[in-house]
Design a protein around this ligand. Sequence first.
Ligand code: SF4
Length: 319
Amino acid sequence: MKNSEREDKITLGISSCLLGQKVRFDSSHKHNRYITDTLGEYFEFVPYCPEVAIGLGIPRPTIRMVKIGDEVRVRGVKDPSQDVTESLKNYGEEVAPQCASFSGYLFKSKSPSCGMERVKIYSEKGDPMDTGAGVFADTIMRRHPSLPVEEEGRLMDSRLRENFIERVFIYHRWQQYMQGMTSAKLVEFHTRHKFTVLAHDEPAYRELGRLVSEAGSANLSELCERYIELLMQALKRLTTPRTHANVLQHMMGFIKEGMSREDKQELLEVIEEYRLGRIPLIVPITLLKHYLRLHPNDYIESQYYMNPHPRELMLRNHI
Ligand code: SF4
C-alpha cells in the first residue's frame, strides 16, 4: 500500500501558505513541494493561518514586529495604531491544546506571526534592530516546548531536515508509549533509543540513563516529563560524522566476536571512510546490517538508530 493511502500518517501542524493555500497578505501562497509531495507521503498536515484566523482578511496590509520599550508588538506597517499582538497570542492559546496530538509543526519563516526564529524586529522609526520568533509560533512553542518544530527554508538543509524528521518520529513514538506508560515501558523506550541519543549528545545520554534508573521508585508522570524534555532538547543537537562513527564502532563491538578479522577490518575501514566525509552514512549502516544478519544480536536489532525513519526519504544518503 502506498503511504499516501495509509491512515496511520503522523500529524503535523503547518502554516497554511506552505500547503499552497492563497492566504498571504498579497493573496499569494508559499507552496513547498518537498513538504506536500515528499513528506506528504508520511505526514498529514493540519493547517493554520493565524492572520486570517484573527480576521485580517486576504489581501491585507502588512504587519511587522516593533520593539516598544521592553516589549515587542505586532503592528501595521502603514498604520501603527493597528496592533494585533494580543489577537495573535490569544489565537495561539486557542490552537495550543490541539497541538497536543501533533508530532511536529512546520512554520513559515520570516513571518511576524509564524516565524520560528530570526524574524526581523523593527524600531519605532522602522529600522531593523533585533530578531525573534513570530508571536503565534512563539505561543505554540512555549506551550509545547518538546514538540519538534522547523521552518520550511531550513528543511532544504539536509542535516537540519534529517534532524527534524528524526525528532518527529521519536516524539510520535513517545506519544504512543505514553498511552500506556509504565516504568518498564519507559526503560524499554530509553533502551531502544540509546544509540540515537549517543549520536546527538553524550552528556545527555548519561543524564537520561540516570533519570531512567529512577523508574520504579520516582513518580512516573514527573519522571516522564523530565525525560521527554531532556530527550527532545538533546536531539536538537546535530549529529556529526564523528559522533556517528563513534556509535557505529560501539555497535560493532556487540557483534565483532563472530566476525572474521577481514570482515572487522572492512567494516572499520568503511566507518572511517564515512567519518572522513567520503561516503554517506547509509553505506556503513548497510554493511553493519549485513553483518548483523550473519551475527544476530537482539539488542542492536532493537535500536531505532538502525531504522530511524523510512528509507525512501533517503535522509542518510547525503555526504
Ligand atoms: S506565514 Fe502564517 S500568517 Fe502568514 S500567510 Fe502563512 S500561514 Fe498565514
